[in-house]
Design a protein around this ligand. Structure first.
Ligand SMILES: NC(=O)C1=CN([C@@H]2O[C@H](COP(=O)(O)OP(=O)(O)OC[C@H]3O[C@@H](n4cnc5c(N)ncnc54)[C@H](OP(=O)(O)O)[C@@H]3O)[C@@H](O)[C@H]2O)[C@@H](O)CC1
Ligand SMILES: [K+]
Length: 510
C-alpha cells in the first residue's frame, strides 16, 4: 500500500479506465461495494444512515452506496444531495438516478432547519461531499453544512477523504469534516497522513476498489510500512554466523544527568541483534553503566562537569577505525566537546547513526554531512529544523519537500523524520509509518528507537531498510503493548522488554 498525491491517484484512475478499459462507473460501483462491505461488518442494519453527497464523483460513491445498503437490508437510508442533476459529474448523475429509481429518500433542501432535522435523526453520517477533487476554499452552504455535521457529535464516516482536507498538503480548505473513520480507496492520500489533515481523518481504513495490481505497483508514492512488507525487509540471521557478522558498534553518548538515554539505546541495540556493542561515555558514569549493562564493553573518556571533556576527542580518534559503525548522541548533552566528537565521527569513513544531541550539534556543522558514507539521522521536527534551516511550520506543512531538498544536498544520508507518522527516506525512496500510538510520546522512546536501528543496521548494513524496519518495530511494539496496558504506564524499558515478541511476529511465515 502506498500514500500518493491527488495527481497520482487521478493518473491511477485514468490508467484503469483508459489503459485497462474498466468503465469509471465500474470503479465507482467497486468503491461503493467496498464501503458497503465495511457497513455490513461493523454497522447494524437498523441504524439510521444519512449520506450527504457533494457535486463530484465522491458524491457518486455516496449515491451508489445508498442503493447497495438498501439492497442489503439497511432500513433507514436517507440521502441529502447538494446539487441538481445538471450540476453533478456524469457518473454521479448515473448513480443518483439509480438511487432515485429505488425511491431512496433524498432531500435537496438548503434550509438550515431541514438539514438539522436530518442530522439529528441520523445515527451515522456518511460524508460524500468532496474527495480528491476539492479545488478551492469551502464557503457558503457547504461551509454551514460541515459545521452542522461537526457540531452534531454523530458518528461520521468519510468516503475517500474527510471533506475539506487538501489531498496533498493536509491543509484545511476553510473547514473540514471531523471524521471518526475515513474509508479511503486503493491508496492513502498524502493529505490525510500529514498534519492537520491527519487530525481530521479519524481512523483511516484503506479499501481496495479492484484496480489492476500493476497500477499501484507502478505509481509514485510513499510505501506504507505493514507487517508483510517489513517481513521482507527485516535482516535474516544465519546459522553460519558469528558475532562479527552482525556488526561491531561503538555507541557514543551519556552524561551525568542523562545516563538513562544511552543505557536504553544500548539495551535496545543488544535486544535487536547487534554483534558487539562498546559504549564510549564520560568517565564519570562508567561505573554506573557497568552496573546496568553486562553485555556491552564500556570505555570511559575524559569528562568535565558531567559531560564529555575535550580530551575525549583524541581518545575517540584513536579507536574509531576499529568499529564497523558508530552511534552518537543519546544523552550526550550539548557542549563544545560534544560538537567536536560529532565532527570527528562525520569526518571519518565509518557508517554512522546520529541521534538526540548529535543532531543538534550537526545542525552547526551541516557541511560535514556531505561525506560519501552511510549516515542515518533520526530527527524529530525540531531537530530537522536545525538540520535543514527550515522552520518547524514549513516542515510540518511539507515534510516531503523538505526531505527531498535535504537528501539532494546530502545524498548519502538516510533520514527518519519522526512525527506521529514518521517518514523514512533516502535519495531514492520513501517509506511511511502509520503504526504506533501516543504511548511513544515519552522521554527515552527515541533512544529505544535509535538502539533498535543500531541493532538492525549492524546486521543488514542497509541504512534505509534498517531505518524503516526500526521505526516499524518500535511502533508495532507499542501497539502490541497497548492491547493489554494503558498508554500512561507503558515505559521505554517496557518496549525493550517486549521487542522479542515483535520480532517473533515479524518472522512468522504466512
Ligand atoms: N475517478 C475514479 O475513477 C474514481 C473516483 N472515485 C471517487 O471520486 C472522487 C474524486 O471525484 P472528483 O474528481 O469528481 O472530485 P470530488 O471531490 O468528488 O468533487 C469535485 C467537484 O467539487 C467541486 N468543488 C471542488 N472544490 C469545491 C469547493 N470548495 N466548493 C464547492 N465545490 C467544489 C468541483 O468543482 P470544479 O472545481 O470543477 O469547479 C467538482 O464539481 C474520489 O475522491 C473518490 O471518492 C471513486 O468512485 C473511485 C473511482
Ligand atoms: K468525503
Amino acid at each position: 500500500m502506498k500514500a500518493v498525491t491527488v495527481e497520482t491517484m487521478r493518473k491511477m484512475d485514468e490508467t484503469a479506465i483508459h489503459t485497462y478499459g474498466i468503465p469509471s462507473t465500474v470503479l465507482m460501483e467497486h468503491a461503493a461495494m467496498a464501503v458497503c462491505g465495511y457497513f455490513l461488518a461493523h454497522i447494524e442494519k437498523s441504524k439510521h444512515v444519512l449520506i450527504v453527497c457533494g457535486p463530484g464523483n465522491n458524491g457518486g460513491d455516496g449515491f451508489a452506496l445508498a442503493r447497495l445498503l438498501v439492497q442489503e437490508g439497511y432500513t433507514h437510508v436517507q440521502l441529502h444531495c447538494c446539487v441538481d442533476y445538471g450540476h453533478m459529474s456524469l457518473d454521479e448523475a448515473v448513480f443518483a438516478k439509480v438511487a432515485n429509481s429505488y425511491q431512496i429518500p433524498c432531500s435537496h433542501s438548503e434550509e438550515r432547519k431541514d438539514i438539522e432535522q436530518l442530522i439529528q435523526d441520523a445515527d451515522i453520517i456518511v460524508d460524500a461531499l468532496f474527495g480528491t477533487g476539492l479545488s478551492r476554499t469551502i464557503s457558503g452552504f457547504y461551509d454551514r453544512l460541515i459545521l452542522q455535521i461537526n457540531l452534531a457529535d454523530k458518528m461520521v464516516i468519510s468516503i475517500d477523504i474527510a471533506s475539506g482536507i487538501h489531498g496533498n498538503s493536509g491543509q484545511i480548505m476553510g473547514c473540514a469534516i471531523q471524521a471518526d473513520i475515513t474509508l479511503t480507496f486503493e491508496s492513502y492520500k498524502l493529505g490525510q497522513i500529514l498534519y492537520p489533515g491527519s487530525a481530521y481523518s479519524g481512523k483511516i481504513i484503506p479499501l481496495s476498489i479492484q484496480m489492476p495490481k500493476a497500477i499501484e505497483q507502478m505509481a509514485e508514492g510513499l510505501l506504507v510500512l505493514e507487517d508483510d512488507l517489513v517481513k521482507t525487509l527485516l535482516p535474516q540471521r544465519s546459522s553460519h554466523s558469528h558475532k562479527g557478522t552482525y556488526g561491531k558498534a561503538l555507541m557514543i553518548g551519556g552524561s551525568k544527568e542523562m545516563h538513562g538515554a544511552v543505557t536504553m539505546a544500548a539495551k535496545a541495540a543488544l535486544r535487536s541483534g547487534i554483534g558487539t556493542l562498546t559504549l564510549f561515555v564520560p568517565d564519570c558514569i562508567t561505573l554506573l553503566l557497568a552496573s546496568k549493562l553486562e553485555e556491552s564493553m564500556i570505555i570511559g573518556a575524559a569528562s568535565e562537569d558531567g559531560f564529555f571533556a575535550h580530551d575525549a576527542i583524541t581518545a575517540l580518534k584513536r579507536i574509531l577505525s576499529q568499529y564497523d559503525m558508530i552511534i552518537i548522541g543519546n544523552g550526550m548533552g550539548r557542549n563544545e566537546a560534544g560538537k567536536e566528537l560529532v565532527r570527528t565521527v562525520l569526518e571519518s569513513d565509518r557508517p554512522c547513526i546520529l541521534d538526540g544531541d548529535a543532531l543538534y550539534e550537526t545542525g552547526k556543522i551541516t557541511a560535514a554531512l556531505q561525506r560519501p558514507y552511510p549516515t542515518i539521522l533520526t530527527p524529530h521536527v525540531k531537530e530537522m529544523s536545525y538540520l535543514s534551516g527550515h522552520s518547524i511550520k514549513d516542515i510540518q506543512q511539507d515534510p516531503i519537500a523538505v526531505l527531498k531538498e535535504f537528501l539532494r544536498k546530502y545524498p548519502f544520508s538516510t533520514v527518519a523524520l519522526k512525527d506521529a507518522h514518521t517518514i523514512i527516506a533516502n535519495s531514492q525512496q520513501m517509506y511511511l509509518n502509520l503504526a504506533g500510538n501516543h504511548a511513544l510520546a515519552k522521554g527515552g522512546s527515541g533512544d529505544v528507537l535509535c538502539g533498535i536501528l543500531a541493532g538492525l543496521f549492524g546486521q543488514s548494513k542497509d541504512a534505509l531498510t534498517s531505518a524503516a524496519c526500526a521505526v516499524y518495530v518500535h511502533a508495532l511494539t507499542a501497539d502490541l503493548l497497548l492491547q493489554d496496558e494503558d498508554a500512561n504506564s507503558i515505559l521505554p524499558n517496557d518496549l525493550i522488554a517486549s521487542l522479542s515478541e515483535t520480532y517473533q511476529i515479524l518472522r512468522e511465515e504466512e
